[in-house]
Design a protein around this ligand. Structure first.
Ligand code: EPU
Length: 418
């Protein structure tokens, strides 16, 4: 299993570029199931979750090939409308194929996702939504089956809580349903809007994506399209925090400033200054001193849960006490025990971590437990004295493209080892 060996304490200087967003690319790839034509996707990040989704598409009958600088996906025919256990167990987002498969062929079988490192994460809201659209849902042998031999019919779907992939799954189901679907309490994340943009290019009729009410007029068929994935706001945010700790200065290139506004607002409160340059570039310089600030994660446009771990690492370097509250997932503080091993002072109580800073971090052997917890450990290691070895970096490879190469190119001392 690969490890990262990181020597902390080096300044980060120069330009670091952001890749396409993993969490936008996953639903967009699933959307290719909705047409027999080719869909060409540009700026698909080369990360492990994307390879898993490509495998999943291939297993249901897709051909995925490079095409004119993008990835061409053509699903001429669906051979087996099934997401097998072997793929779903490695990536929960596999459930994104449920909606498009039922919409396209009236049938889907998807392995039930089990628990994962950050909580139970059920898909009950996806299933209740599909039922509203007329699918019959049953469960057998660890699989959920959605069945709608005569097609789906538009309906009003009200989500009891905001769900990102749930909104995306139902949006993909609704575009081919008969009549109008209204999704209420929809997720407003930029990744939902990006999916709606692609679906619209494919011929879907959607209004309100990016707001909490989405209206869809079903159409009978979708066609091919070309689409460039939005920049990854979480990767950009991770580099912004690395820059706030060691930037001298560090420029993050290819970032949509609006998508990271909740983060940059919080960072400003903590004493970090930014220069917003043209061409979607943000420059960040490590301030003399960081101040502790409190934060609670929220759905977009609030502070992203996917940035909580990295922000917490930054707070170990801030003066004072910071309260960090996680409201989206039940168990998303796995990074805390590893940070304690590096010398941080953090008290954990339920959904709240109290970070007392500033503490000197010292390099140690630590273990990555999930994707964003791993990013947090990389940030802590860059700020620590001496050498940190991070085990199980396959977690980080799920969602960050060549992070060690990108960070090395701006002065970090980080290498991959076996
Ligand atoms: N939930 C339910 N029932 C459902 C669906 C969700 O109870 O049917 C709960 C979840 O357990 C959670 C909350 O609702 O407590 C929100 O979950 P959501 O469905 O929004 O999460 P997700 O769609 O599974 C996506 C991202 C996550 C990101 C969350 C929140 C993708 C592929 N994944 O997950 O990204 O943390 O939204 O913003 O888009 C990551 O990239 O590291 C990552 C975990």
């Amino acid at each position: 299993m690969d490890k990262f060996v990181i020597e902390g304490g080096h300044a980060l200087r120069g330009v670091i570029s952001v890749s396409g967003a993993k969490n936008a690319a996953l639903p967009v790839l699933a959307a290719t199931l909705l047409t027999a034509d080719e869909v060409v996707l540009e700026r698909i990040p080369k990360v492990r979750d994307i390879r898993t989704m490509a495998k999943l598409l291939e297993s249901v009958g897709a051909k995925v090939e490079p095409n004119n600088g993008g990835d061409g996906v053509r699903v001429a025919q669906i051979t087996t409308p099934e997401a097998p256990y072997e793929l779903v167990k490695t990536m929960r987002a596999s459930s994104l194929v449920l909606g498009p498969l039922v919409a396209r062929c009236g049938e889907a079988r998807v392995s039930m996702p089990g628990g994962c490192a950050i909580g139970a994460r059920p898909i009950n809201l996806h299933l209740a939504g599909l039922e509203k659209l007329g699918a019959k849902i049953s469960q057998e042998h660890g699989y959920v089956r959605a069945h709608a031999p005569k097609g789906l019919t538009g309906a009003v779907i009200h989500f009891d809580r905001v769900t990102v992939t749930g909104t995306e799954d139902l949006l993909m189901a609704a575009v081919l349903a008969k009549g109008e679907t209204v999704i209420e309490n929809a997720a407003r994340e930029p990744e939902v809007s990006d999916l709606a943009d692609l679906l619209t290019k494919m011929g879907a009729q959607i209004e309100g994506a990016g707001s909490s009410t989405i209206r869809v007029q079903g159409v009978t068929e979708l066609h091919g399209a070309t689409h460039a994935i939005i920049p990854d706001r979480i990767e950009a945010g991770t580099f912004l925090i690395a820059g706030a700790l060691a930037g001298d200065p560090l420029t993050i290139a290819g970032v949509n400033a609006e998508h990271v506004a909740a983060l940059t607002d919080k960072m400003r409160q903590a004493g970090v200054e930014f220069s917003f340059l043209e061409d979607d570039r943000i420059e960040v310089q490590a301030p003399e001193k960081l101040r502790a600030v409190d934060l609670a994660t929220k759905e977009y446009p609030g502070f992203a849960t996917d940035m909580q771990a990295q922000f917490l690492a930054m707070m170990t370097q801030a003066e004072g006490e910071s309260e960090i509250t996680e409201t989206i997932f039940e168990n998303r503080f796995m990074h805390v025990s590893e940070l304690l091993r590096m010398g941080a002072d953090i008290a954990l109580e339920g959904h709240r971590a109290t970070v007392r800073g500033r503490t000197e971090l010292s390099g140690a052997r630590v273990m990555a437990s999930d994707l964003r917890a791993s990013a947090c450990l990389v940030i802590a290691a860059l700020a620590a004295q001496g050498e940190t070895v991070i085990d199980r970096v396959y977690h980080i490879d799920r969602g960050y493209e060549r992070i060690e190469e990108k960070l090395s190119s701006v002065g970090a001392k980080i290498r991959r080892a076996q």
